[in-house]
Design a protein around this ligand. Structure first.
Ligand SMILES: Cc1cc2nc3c(=O)[nH]c(=O)nc-3n(C[C@H](O)[C@H](O)[C@H](O)COP(=O)(O)OP(=O)(O)OC[C@H]3O[C@@H](n4cnc5c(N)ncnc54)[C@H](O)[C@@H]3O)c2cc1C
Length: 420
């Protein structure tokens, strides 16, 4: 463990949170190392959206370049369309009219967004030394006060700042909290599948007559307590479906499907969706593979930080995808790290680090926790009634989510509120 005159930052986890944190923290005089347990070759095949609050950060704070945007192949979502199973449009919520949000909701293939963030974190063309990603490095222990992580191999690494971006089943979190937090089932599971649009056009004409797979809209069908949420990615080349199903309606064992990479079974999915019309079910049959995972979240944590360590992203506030805010809140966390460490030019001491991490936690906690609660609330009745009280209306919540303008602005608002 060599000492260094550079500000040493260790990020545990190379998912959206870890890569975003690396982009936000890059600056001259800082050495960022990302430790990722996997070989980083298998980001999930599914779509993901960034809401205006996050796409604003990618565009304005991180200034993702043309190359990075080309890799991301994002599509601006023009609105939500809600259909009944008879293919009648029952509700349409345009998104482009929401100019006051200052940015768009953008849909991506997860692999593309991940690759684009990886490029930005490691590119030599950005500010500060590129982050170094070490794959096949699983962290098993963390000494928060000393800033030391231990890998499965026994190797120890020391940082001035440690960021736990290691997802919903975080290892780092248990060292921050001195206890193991088990993510709780929310009563919902999700099927996910993707089909090339070309195949739909050739083999599912009835589906394409009702829902054009290349048009940049998010479509939803809700019936018999099952929901389908659908939309294009990769500039319309692929079409994705996520099927949210209450666990008790599902014909599979939900507890065996806790990982995003678990497989679902076509015949069981068809059984679950048997009341849906054939023009929709044909898409399930055309999917090369079906994923299935049980959706879990966590209650708000007591703290996100201890000593030189902070947890962010799903490690700090795993939430249901019902608001599409999981990745967006993660991007907000990373932006907050960048903003609060912006003025730190030298190697900060332990007290400085602890003080800055405390400020980040106080700035982020209430907002992320409320969005987490609301995401759970929207999933009712699948989650138990009365488990949390969120009093805002949906449109108020959209404004709350999307009008965000970065951590420092948010902190100013908090200070004004406190002094009012
Ligand atoms: C069905 C579904 C749809 C979603 N859709 C959206 C959406 O539309 N919009 C949105 O904003 N969000 C969405 N989300 C949520 C979003 O994907 C996550 O909130 C976001 O990606 C944050 O992930 P993360 O980087 O914190 O965790 P992860 O993506 O889980 O990454 C954690 C990384 O850490 C690594 N790791 C774990 N443990 C260790 C260890 N001990 N040592 C080293 N490495 C480790 C893992 O291998 C992994 O690469 C969705 C989630 C689901 C389930």
């Amino acid at each position: 463990m060599a000492s260094s005159t550079q500000f040493q930052i260790i990020i545990v986890g190379g998912g959206i949170a870890g890569l975003s944190a690396a982009i936000a923290l890059r600056a001259p005089g800082r050495q960022i190392t990302i430790l990722e347990q996997s070989r980083l070759h298998s980001e999930i095949g599914a779509t993901i959206s960034l809401q205006p609050n996050a796409s604003k950060i990618l565009r304005d704070s991180w200034k993702l370049g043309k190359d990075e945007q080309k890799i991301a192949r994002g599509m601006v979502d023009r609105g939500f369309r809600v259909y009944n199973p008879e293919a009648e449009l029952v509700n349409h919520i345009p998104l482009l009219e929401k100019q006051e949000y200052g940015a768009d909701r953008i849909m991506y293939h997860r692999q593309d967004l991940h690759e684009s963030l990886k490029q930005a974190a490691t590119s030599t063309r950005r500010h500060g030394p590129p982050a170094v990603i070490r794959t096949s490095c699983r962290v098993t222990k963390c000494d928060c006060e000393a800033g030391v992580v231990t890998l499965a191999s026994g190797e120890k690494l020391k940082g001035d700042l440690l960021v736990g971006a290691d997802g919903i089943h975080s290892t780092i979190r248990q060292f921050v909290l001195d206890q193991q937090i088990v993510p709780r089932p929310t009563g919902l599971s999700a099927y996910r599948l993707m089909v090339p649009s070309e195949i739909l056009e050739e083999q599912a004409p009835d589906f394409c007559k009702n829902i054009s797979p290349r048009e940049p809209f998010t479509s939803m069908i809700m019936a018999h307590s099952c929901r389908l949420i659908m939309g294009p990615a990769r500039e319309g080349d692929i079409y994705s479906m996520v099927g949210l199903v209450p666990d008790e309606k599902m014909n599979e064992d939900p507890d065996s499907k806790q990982s995003w990479v678990s497989r679902g079974h076509l015949h069981k999915m068809l059984e679950t969706y048997h009341e849906f019309p054939e023009w929709i079910k044909i898409v399930f049959k055309l999917a090369p593979e079906i994923g299935l995972w049980q959706l879990r979240d966590t209650d708000p944590l007591e703290t996100w930080t201890k000593g030189k360590v902070i947890v962010i992203g799903d490690a700090a506030h795993a939430m249901l995808p019902t608001q599409g805010q999981g990745a967006s809140q993660t991007v907000e966390d990373a932006e907050a790290l960048g903003a609060f460490f912006e003025d730190i030019a030298d190697v900060p001491d332990a007290d400085q680090i602890a003080s800055i991490l405390g400020q980040i936690f106080r700035c982020r906690f209430e907002r992320a926790s409320l969005i987490q609660k609301y995401s759970r609330d929207v999933a009712k009745p699948a989650t138990e009634k009365g488990s949390n009280e969120v009093k805002m209306r949906t449109d108020e919540f959209m404004d709350y989510n999307c009008l965000y303008c970065g951590a420092k602005e948010w902190q100013k608002g908090q200070i004004m509120q406190a002094s009012a």
